[in-house]
Each structure stands twice: as structure tokens, then as C-alpha cells.
Ligand binder design. Sequence first.
Ligand SMILES: C[S@@+](CC[C@H](N)C(=O)[O-])C[C@H]1O[C@@H](n2cnc3c(N)ncnc32)[C@H](O)[C@@H]1O
Length: 258
Amino acid sequence: MLSYQHAFHAGNLADLHKHALQAWMLDYLTAKPKPLSYLETHAGRGLYDLSGAEAAKTGEAAAGITRALSENWLAADHPLRRALSDIRARHGGTAYPGSPLIAAHFLRPDDSAHLAELHPAEHQALSQVAGFAHLHRQDGFDMAQALCPPTPRRGMLLIDPSYEIKADYQTIPGQIAKLARKWNVGVIALWFPILTDDRQAAMVTALTHAHPEALLSQVRFPPARPGHGMVGSGMLIINPPYGLTNEARRIEALYDRL
Ligand SMILES: C[S@@+](CC[C@H](N)C(=O)[O-])C[C@H]1O[C@@H](n2cnc3c(N)ncnc32)[C@H](O)[C@@H]1O
């Protein structure tokens, strides 16, 4: 039974890290006039309202994207700012895009998109806003293993699990090894939390040993509430696009002030 709901966390400091890198990669990949494939294993509902009860309850968006915008952490022409402006023009000033709608901002009619979301209510909400993509109500890794290598071969896969199943930390390196073998030119991006008990550490070590050329970007921030277990955000990116390392270091520097 899935209980995680991203609405409580949308626009937090982890989303900012993940979405800034996701938007930058999609902006880079879509600069070439060649179609691409975009795959997501754990899509969420696609669109969030930061004036809703969920965001108010945790205050995570206020400490994340809302603060980042008011303090101009990202330049006005940063790909994430551009995607956010587009979404807010369409859906209102307190809207926040999940990763599928960030992707939708950049994808072109000839690009192919596949999104997996297993939770019935999240999947239903996603279907209202993700007409650009093929939606799959199935396990995201099963979808990715079935589709890889996708057509077209250029493109990226975002893996953003909720880590509700503790075994995820053990199984993810094997899943990613298989995907990287099948789709050796794909940009494969995994998000993971940095936790006070370092539960993610063995997974990250296994991944960096197996994929020594991958880009590892990690940021740390204060917990959302006293005692909250998440104190940072990580992204591991296999086949990082040219220039992404510099962008990652720029984003990481933003967190040094926290
Ligand atoms: C962290 S949220 C996704 C957030 C989204 N990627 C974003 O950045 O806007 C993780 C999502 O994965 C879904 N989920 C959990 N287990 C799944 C599975 N095995 N396959 C597909 N989706 C799953 C959850 O319902 C949840 O909506």
C-alpha cells in the first residue's frame, strides 16, 4: 500500500535540487533538433498548488522554491525558472510543476514520453495534466526495463522513487546496472535522499563503483522539522550531458548558505 504523497513536499529544497538539474538537462537535450525519448519511473501527480493545505502543513515549499524565488537563487533565464513561469502563467501564481510538467515545458511534438505512476489517485491526477505522454499505471522499474532502449535512442530517464520500500536501497543498483547496459547512450538520473542515519550510503557507494563516470551531485540542508530524517538531496547521473558538472556545482553552491 503506497502512502507517500508528494504534495506535502513539492517545491522543497530537495525538489529544487532535482528539478533544477532535470530542467537544465532537458533544456540542453532539446537544443538539438533531433527527437528524444523521455522516461520517468515515479512521476507523481505532475502539478501542485503551493497554497494548498499540504504545502501549508509542512512549510517545505516556503523554505524551498518560494524562498529561492524571493532571493533570486536562480537567474531569471535558468531553465527551471522558465518552466515555472510558463506553468504559473497557465495554472496560476501558486502552481508548482512536478517533474512531468517540467519535462512537458521542454519536450517537442516529435519527442516521445513515457511516465509511470502506481498510486491510483496520483495516476488519476497525472492523467488530467499529462496529455503529452504515454502513462503507465505500473511499477516504474518494470516500465523502464520493458522500454529500454527506447526509440528514439537519444534521451533521458528520471528515477525518483519515494523509498517507501526499504529494499529499494538494495535493489536500485541492480536495476540501474541493467538499464545502463540496455540503454548505454541514455542519460539516467537517479534522485535519492540524504538521511541522518546514512541509510542511502551503501547504495550510493555501490552506484559510484559500478558507474565511475557518473556525475554525483549532493546538497545538504536543515531538516524540514526538528528530528526529520532528510537532511540533503542527491542525484547520480549516468552519461551526464556536457556542461552539467558545472551546473551541478553552481546549484550545490546555493545550498552552502543554508
Ligand atoms: C517522489 S514522488 C515523485 C515526484 C515527481 N518525480 C516529481 O519530481 O514531481 C514518488 C512517486 O512514486 C510513486 N510510486 C511509488 N512506488 C512506485 C512504483 N513502484 N512505481 C511507480 N510509481 C511509484 C508514488 O505514488 C509517488 O507519487
